[in-house]
Structures are given as C-alpha cells and as structure tokens.
Design a protein around this ligand. Structure first.
Ligand code: ADP
Ligand code: MG
Length: 321
C-alpha cells in the first residue's frame, strides 16, 4: 500500500465535501473559505508514543486524543473549530492500527464538526501532529492576558482524573472496575470543551485549557495578565471515581493542582457575570466550579477550607510547618 492509497483509504473519508473547503485533500495545499469578519485561530500539537500517551494506548484513542488536545486549544480561545491537518509518521503500514486510529479521529471530527483538509505522511517512529484551525469574530477571542483582580476563577468538569489514571498505569495497576475504567477514559478520550468556550467567550475575561495541570496553566494566565490567584483547595471539583482512587486529601489535591491531561477549561469571569456563566454551562450539561479569585498580588496561592495558606512542597500543597 503506497502513501496515496493509504490517504485515500483511511483519511479521505474524514474530509466530507462542504462549502468552506474549496479544495481539500489531493492538491499541493488546501483552499479554505473563512467566514467574513472572522479571524482564524490556528494551533498545533504533537503526540509522541510513550511521551504523550502510554505505549499500550488503543489506536482509536490515539486518534481521538491527537485531535482532542488541539480542539481544546481552540475551545480556550472561544473559537469555532472548522478544519484540521494531520502530519503522521508511522513505523510501518499496519492496517488494523490505521483503521483504529482513523476511526478515533473520525469519531471526534464528526462530533466537533471539523473537516480534515490535508496533511503529510512519512515513515519513522510513531508521531502524530495535528494543526487545528478555527474561526472567531474579529477581536473577540479569549486570551490569557485579560484576567482582572476580583474575577472568579472557574473550571469546567472535574480535575485530577487523568492524572490518577496515568499514575495507575505507571504503577502497573490493572484497570479492573468501572470507576478505574472511567478514570482511564478521562486520560485516553478527553472531551474538548468547544461549546463551553463559545458560550463563555463574551462572558469571561481570560481562558486557558488545562493540559499541564492547574497550577502551571493558570500560572500562564497570571503571568500574561500581571495578576495573582487565590485558590481554595477544598473547592476543586472532584469526581466520585477520584475520591475512591485517592482517598488521601493531600495526595488528591496534588493530582488536581499539579497533574496534567484534564483538558478542562479554566476561565476568569467577572463577578457580575458569574451567574450568567454558570447558567450557560448548565445549559450545556456541564458543571462550572468557582475555585477562587484573581487578586492584585502576583503569585499562585492555595488555601485550605479554613482559609489557612498551604505551601507547595515536593509532596504537594501542605500547611506551613
Ligand atoms: P506534496 O508532496 O505536494 O506535499 P503529498 O504527496 O505530501 O503532497 O500529499 C498529497 C495530498 O494528500 C496533499 O493534499 C496532502 O495534504 C494530503 N495528505 C498527505 N498526508 C495526509 C494525511 N495523513 N492526512 C490527510 N491528508 C494528507
Ligand atoms: Mg507534502
């Protein structure tokens, strides 16, 4: 099977005919027709086997996740996702692997209504690079730099689930019960919060998606905005599965603050728009949790349920000794 047959067989079906794709797969470049008055939001992410996903990850999930992490970036900009390209490096032509990978990619592409418009296929160690392109009305994208003192800090969904699943896998624990399976699904098949990013675009001041852990990612917002954050550890949204997987509160908060791969949105919302933001999330069937507030003093501070400060140590956030 040559490169062109491979593209025709597995990837051309992800490229339905649609008016905003003037020319899709098959020429030297795609021709896209963005909507009038919009700016393009463009983002790339690479997934490398063993680094960005466990080596035993199912091909379906690799396809899903490679697209999901890119769409999550578009969600954080408040952009509508439209198109993507796929640069794929494969060690060999493994048909069952390709069929599974393409199916995972197709499932999320259909869900998110994005079209594959081109790419590149080469031989080498497995690596998947996707570039996703979205649209946003000119001047209205959500940026990292807009947070203001007094803003509520909100996160969608729950935090720490994927980090718990990764730790479980690193420890070599078998996935045996339904709760563990749900945690593993949070690692393997993140749900990019595209609809939420659109719904909150004109309500939030700033946003970022959580790929490297709340402390690191919110830290980028704080740096870009020149502000600080006061986080209430007891309010971090926690799934029932995570409570069972990690009953120790300190260890659990460490997973939630420093673990990665959540792919939830973290937004800062002015207090006057908080109710509207929560209603917008509820309409989409998503939870939006208030975990703290933006403050003038720079830095990332975490407080316990009684308002006492916690300090970050190698073992996680703890009370001052
Ligand atoms: P060129 O040599 O001009 O760069 P290629 O031979 O690499 O073109 O690719 C032929 C066509 O197939 C192009 O339209 C390209 O975008 C598309 N393509 C290549 N690899 C992929 C892929 N993995 N997924 C989707 N489209 C692809
Ligand atoms: Mg090429």
């Amino acid at each position: 099977m040559d490169e062109f047959e491979l593209i025709r067989c597995y990837f051309a079906p992800l490229s339905p005919a649609q008016p905003d794709v003037v020319l899709g797969i098959g020429d030297d470049a795609a021709l896209l027709a963005p909507a009038a008055g919009h700016q393009l939001a463009v983002t790339s992410d690479t997934l490398i086997a063993g680094r960005h996903f466990p080596v035993d990850t199912a091909p379906f999930d690799i396809g899903w996740k490679a697209l999901a992490v890119n769409l999550s970036d578009l969600a954080a900009m408040g952009a509508r996702a439209r198109w993507f390209t796929l640069a794929l490096t494969l060690p060999d032509v493994d048909r069952p692997w390709l069929a599974g990978f393409a199916a995972g990619l197709k499932a999320l592409a259909a869900d998110a209504d994005v079209a594959l418009v081109g790419g590149d296929t080469t031989r080498g160690p497995l690596s998947v690079t996707i570039t996703a392109i979205g649209e946003v009305p000119a001047g209205r994208a959500l940026r990292r730099s807009g947070a203001q003192p007094g803003d509520r800090i909100a996160v969608s969904g729950t935090l720490g689930d994927a980090a718990a699943a990764l730790r479980q896998w690193q420890r070599g624990d078998a996935v045996v019960d339904e709760g563990q399976r749900r945690l593993r699904a949070r690692l393997d098949r993140p749900s990019p919060r595209l609809a939420l990013g659109l719904a909150l675009r004109d309500l939030a001041h700033a946003a970022i998606d959580l790929s490297d852990g709340l402390a690191a990612d919110l830290g980028h917002v704080l740096d870009a905005s020149g502000v600080g954050a006061a986080i209430r550890a007891a309010q971090l949204p926690t799934s029932a599965e995570l409570l069972i997987a990690e009953p120790d509160a300190d260890a659990r908060q460490r997973l939630q603050l420093a673990g990665g791969d959540d792919y939830e949105l973290c937004l800062t919302v002015p207090a006057s728009r908080w109710i509207a933001a929560q209603q917008a999330a509820a309409t989409l069937g998503l939870s939006l949790t208030d975990i703290g507030e933006i403050v003038q003093t720079r830095g990332f501070s975490v407080y316990d349920g009684n308002g006492a400060p916690l300090r970050f140590t190698d073992a996680g956030y703890r009370h001052f000794p």
